[in-house]
Design a protein around this ligand. Structure first.
Ligand SMILES: [Zn+2]
Length: 686
């Protein structure tokens, strides 16, 4: 653990002389546990994921409160334990009222206080449920839907495209005019993870639907409704209608399909059924002249249902979703039912997480930036930040060289691509400015009210961006989250502190290991600027074509080849990976890995890489990459991921290596090996 005081405002670190950086890395003794967990009975060419991780997979049980487990979860567990300690100390600190430390402590303690939650029963939700009961006509229904609008979706930056309300709001750069913010409206309103759960005609999905109808009835019964079963049937039928209107995930990912600018008048003309004036007025968007409607067909379909379905059914639907949204903050029968359905049925998790872990997640959700500030003070070393920034610069240099050397791209397209790369901003660890929570009231002992106020705070914070200058300093992830992100319209990539930890990243690792794991992850995020969607944005973040027609054709054809490659992977006999849905991620994986390999090679400065456990530098590089995707999954969770996630399962992300000549050389992979691809079949994009 590091207890390093950080300078809060840090200038950009200049790229180091690469040979110096590598000398420092080579001098460090590698940690001893690296490259454990391999299965040497499986040859690299037969199954590289199993070769790198087979023994680990055999010997590591998935913890009972997890639906999957791997390096990311291992790091997140460590980070959560540390974050919990930060929160416990905040709760004990008697910090001044109105301070962020007090907010954190009170929020955390309120979620932990089961006794008072139990004693209050449903009383904290009474105002919300009474407001639903008072809905009398279509206009007051539209007001209720507008009031529930939350800033809880994000189609480009993070993976979250799902909201429990009929629509979700995302405030982000206007893709046509990236100097200003625009309000994006996204589809929502489903209790199951995706439209396919409602519409797929398979026994497995039919079983999940039956259990969901049961869940609807159980929750309403717990709330005292005598006709819970009849209500459940009506609510479910309404959600099936909503699901039929929804766009697929592959269509939702397509920025060309999503970038639809609608004037306010167009809603009334083209999406009848909803009282839009009432809706937008209640949402605080009454004076907004233009919106981006990401899935027009879904918006039109849902508006029609608001106009056609009985008001009584909509009230039942809203009542259920209010109970469902808050059930984790209600008495234990609600908590247990929510776990039974959302975690056990949908993801296969046998056991609920302990209360403290849920309280950490809840507090991070509400006050993540303030918690992150305390977290990085204690647990993120300035040296780790500096080293990651150096690696990012090395990756950008390697990427630039690759663009320069491309044989299929015309000089003018290259110039544009390199200009875009040169203006890419890399943020490491934490934001330069922390969020101001002073208008968020946190009341000790009011877990439900705190969540309601936190959601409202986040919504108002986003509304307040409209009409203001773009803030490129804003972070979309908390520093204590094990993840990373590329914001294509801002041309910024962000690496939270928590992902820059051993075993993924360590000063004690060789350059080959750090570039194979963290370098490939940094390269992956850079690669998103040049994936099938990211490549449509220019250096300023505008959705604007900068490609020569022939170059784009070549790029698109290479993408098709990658779609085909991933369509061929079958995690289950009845289910394949979705090449189109995962294309952006797969391009980013491939681009990131080849750029990181180059950066690692440059870093050696012509000196041979040190052997570790008898492994060459190139072998270390690819094994570190394969081990950074080490994970195992419960079947329902993996099936859910394939349907709802834009990433291919981890095992197939490792198979990116099949496209890289150096991997064949490093492990002597030959024709006849299961993973072998003839040189002409290897996909080469960047
Ligand atoms: Zn990605």
């Amino acid at each position: 653990m590091n207890r390093t005081a950080l300078a809060w405002v840090m200038g950009k670190v200049l790229p180091p002389m690469l040979a110096c950086a590598s000398a420092a890395m080579a001098a460090d003794a590698p940690a001893s546990r690296v490259f454990a967990g391999r299965d040497l009975n499986v040859s690299p060419g037969a199954d590289f994921f199993a070769h790198a991780n087979g023994a680990w997979i055999r010997n590591t049980p998935i913890p009972a409160d997890r639906s999957s487990y791997g390096i990311d979860e291992e790091l997140q567990d460590l980070t959560d334990r540390r974050t919990a300690e930060v929160m416990r100390q905040a709760a004990k600190a008697s910090a001044p009222p109105g301070s962020d430390v007090r907010r954190i402590g009170d929020y955390f303690a309120s979620v932990l206080d089961e006794e008072s939650i139990e004693a209050k029963g449903l009383a904290p939700l009474a105002p919300a449920l009474d407001a639903i009961a008072a809905i009398g006509d279509r206009s007051s229904l539209a007001v209720a839907l507008g009031r529930r609008l939350r800033a809880d979706v994000d189609v480009l930056n993070a993976t979250r495209t799902y909201t429990p309300n009929v629509f979700g709001l995302w405030v982000a750069q206007d893709l046509d005019e990236p100097t200003r913010y625009a309000p994006f409206l996204l589809q929502g309103g489903l209790g199951l993870p995706d439209r396919e759960y409602y519409l797929q005609d398979t026994p497995r999905m039919a079983g999940i639907r039956a259990r969901y109808r049961e869940h609807l009835a159980v929750l309403l019964k717990l709330a005292g409704d005598a006709d819970a079963r009849e209500q459940a049937a009506r609510i479910f039928a309404l959600e099936v209608q909503i699901a039929k209107a929804h766009a697929s995930l592959a269509d939702t990912e397509d920025v060309k399909k999503g970038d639809n600018h609608w004037t306010r008048a167009r809603f009334d003309a083209q999406a009848p059924g909803m009282d839009w004036a009432a809706f937008f007025g209640a949402a605080g968007l009454g004076s907004q002249a233009e919106f981006v409607v990401w899935q027009p067909r879904a918006l039109i379909g849902i508006a029609a249902l608001v106009g056609s379905e009985p008001i009584a059914t909509w009230k039942e639907y809203l009542r259920f979703h209010t109970l469902d949204r808050f059930s984790g903050y209600l008495p234990k029968d609600f908590v247990a039912e929510q776990f039974r359905f959302s975690e056990h049925t949908l993801s296969g998790t046998p056991q609920m997480q302990p209360r403290w872990k849920r309280a950490v997640a809840a507090t991070n959700f509400a006050l993540g930036d303030a918690v992150g500030r305390l977290y990085v003070e204690r647990y993120f070393a300035a040296s780790a930040k500096a080293r990651a920034e150096q690696m990012a610069q090395a990756l950008i240099a390697a990427f630039d060289k690759r663009i320069e050397d491309l044989t299929w791209m015309a000089p003018e397209t290259k110039r544009m691509a390199r200009a875009k790369l040169a203006s890419l901003r890399v943020d490491v660890g934490y934001p330069e400015h922390w969020r101001d929570y002073s208008s968020l009231e946190v009341v000790l002992g009011d877990a439900v009210g705190n969540l309601q106020r936190a959601e409202d705070f986040e919504y108002r914070r986003n509304l307040a961006k409209l009409g203001h200058k773009i803030d490129r300093d804003e972070w979309v992830m908390n520093p204590q989250l094990v993840s990373a992100v590329n914001l294509p319209a801002m041309n910024v990539i962000q690496f939270p502190a928590a992902i820059l930890q051993p075993p993924l990243f360590s000063p004690g690792n060789t350059a080959a290991m750090n570039f194979g794991a963290t370098g490939a992850a940094i390269g992956h995020e850079i690669g998103h600027s040049f994936d099938d969607q990211g490549a449509r944005f220019d250096a300023s973040g505008r959705l604007q074509n900068w490609w020569a027609a022939q170059d784009f054709e070549h790029f698109a054809a290479s993408g098709e080849a990658l779609v085909h490659q991933y369509d061929g992977y079958r995690p289950f006999p009845d289910m394949a990976v979705r090449g189109k849905q995962t294309l952006g991620e797969n391009i980013a994986d491939l681009a990131g890995l080849v750029a990181s390999f180059d950066a690692y090679r440059f870093s050696l400065g012509g000196v041979a890489a040190p052997l570790v456990d008898g492994l060459t530098g190139d072998q270390q590089f690819f094994l570190s990459f394969a081990q950074s995707w080490r994970s195992k999954w419960r079947e329902p969770a993996l099936r859910r991921q394939i349907i709802t996630d834009e990433h291919a399962p981890d095992e197939y992300r490792v198979d990116t290596v099949r496209n890289i000549d150096a991997w064949y050389e490093a492990f002597a992979v030959k024709p006849g090996d299961a993973l072998y691809l003839a040189p002409n079949d290897r996909v080469r994009i960047w």
